[in-house]
Design a protein around this ligand. Structure first.
Ligand code: RIB
Ligand code: CA
Length: 326
């Protein structure tokens, strides 16, 4: 069983990623750590609890981490995720769930030094940067580090060249990538080049509601705001669900493919937050990142739908295959 910490900023797509992870028997989510990103950290904590309550998994511990980026002013993404961070579903707060004394970084340090633990990072890398500051050996003992963030050839979503997670806290992202380089390790970067291929369309959602009305209705509740946002800003019918793809890649390394390259994060100027991927090896530096550029959408959707909706693969193929490869 793979032990995993999910570091996230719920967040609508973070929530879908947590739903996939907790419906996957191959991984043991030993804890969820919250970072300021889509939502302020306190709200992200409450939203994680709302999702865990829906899943009947309040046993999974949640810890609060960084409330701001390393250097920049904090910029949330509530314009995309709604004022409550969950698509203005306004789900009731889960009673009696106080933020623990122990911080996210302390939890990460203790867990990583005890045993083989991987990290799936779905938000800005502020907690991981703090871990490098406070417990570098713990950071370097991460078994696998999969991060939804960055972009190679695909345009940014916060600027022409920058993706939100690394744009919101470029200094933390830079420290993570540079530390991996200095220690001959790699991050698996699930960037916009592949996540933009994963669009939850109205037709897929309608079929999800038929397949599993309770879960389908819940997902509709937290994504309808996201649908409107995507139509207004990018004329996309549906919504790009970035974060579940990072979890899916952790579960099945064949879903994504790409290449290794030395990668740095820009921390200033007009391209702040850009992942500069040295795909042609101009710098002749050892790679510190696995950059994903291709996705097997059918394999992702079958994994996501069968697990989140608790439906059989045959049913999934019969009802969804013509909706997915459009
Ligand atoms: O750019 C998309 C990423 O930023 C996703 O992880 C989304 O949840 C936000 O954190
Ligand atoms: Ca996220």
């Amino acid at each position: 069983m793979n032990k995993v910490i999910i570091d996230c900023d719920p967040g609508i797509d973070d929530s879908l990623a947590i739903m996939l992870a907790l419906n996957s028997p191959e991984i043991d989510v030993i804890g969820i750590t919250i970072v300021a990103g889509n939502s302020p950290v306190e709200l992200g904590f409450k939203n994680a609890k709302r999702i865990l309550k829906f899943l009947g998994r309040l046993d999974v511990p949640v810890y609060a981490g960084a409330s701001a980026p390393r250097k920049r002013e904090y910029v949330n993404a509530l314009d995309t995720h709604g004022s409550d961070g969950l698509g203005e579903s306004f789900l009731p707060e889960v009673e009696g769930q106080k933020i623990p004394e122990k911080s996210a970084v302390k939890f990460m340090e203790e867990s990583l030094l005890q045993s083989d633990v991987s990290v799936i990072a779905l938000g800005p890398l502020s907690n991981l940067a703090e871990l490098i500051d406070k417990a570098p050996s713990a950071f370097l003992s991460i078994k696998r580090l999969v991060s939804m963030g960055g972009n190679f050839r695909s345009h940014g979503n916060c600027s022409p060249v920058a993706e939100y997670n690394y744009w919101e806290d470029p200094d933390s992202a830079k420290l993570v990538f540079d530390t991996l380089y200095e220690n001959h390790k790699k991050i698996e970067m699930v960037g916009l080049d592949v996540t933009r291929e994963i669009v939850l369309t109205p037709e897929i959602l309608a079929e999800m509601k038929r397949a599993n009305p309770i879960t389908g209705d819940f997902i509709e509740k937290i994504t309808s705001f996201y649908f409107k946002f995507h139509w207004e800003w990018e004329h996309i019918r549906g919504c790009v669900i970035n974060d579940p793809l990072a979890v899916a890649q952790f579960l099945n390394p064949d879903i994504l493919s790409g290449f290794e390259a030395f990668t740095e994060v820009e921390t200033g100027g007009i391209s702040l937050g850009q992942t500069v991927v040295d795909s042609m090896s101009f710098y002749r530096k050892e790679s510190n990142a696995l950059i994903y550029t291709k996705v097997d959408k059918a394999v992702f959707w079958e994994m996501f739908l069968t697990r989140v909706l608790n439906i059989e693969p045959e049913y999934c193929k019969a009802k969804f295959s013509n909706l997915i490869l459009r």
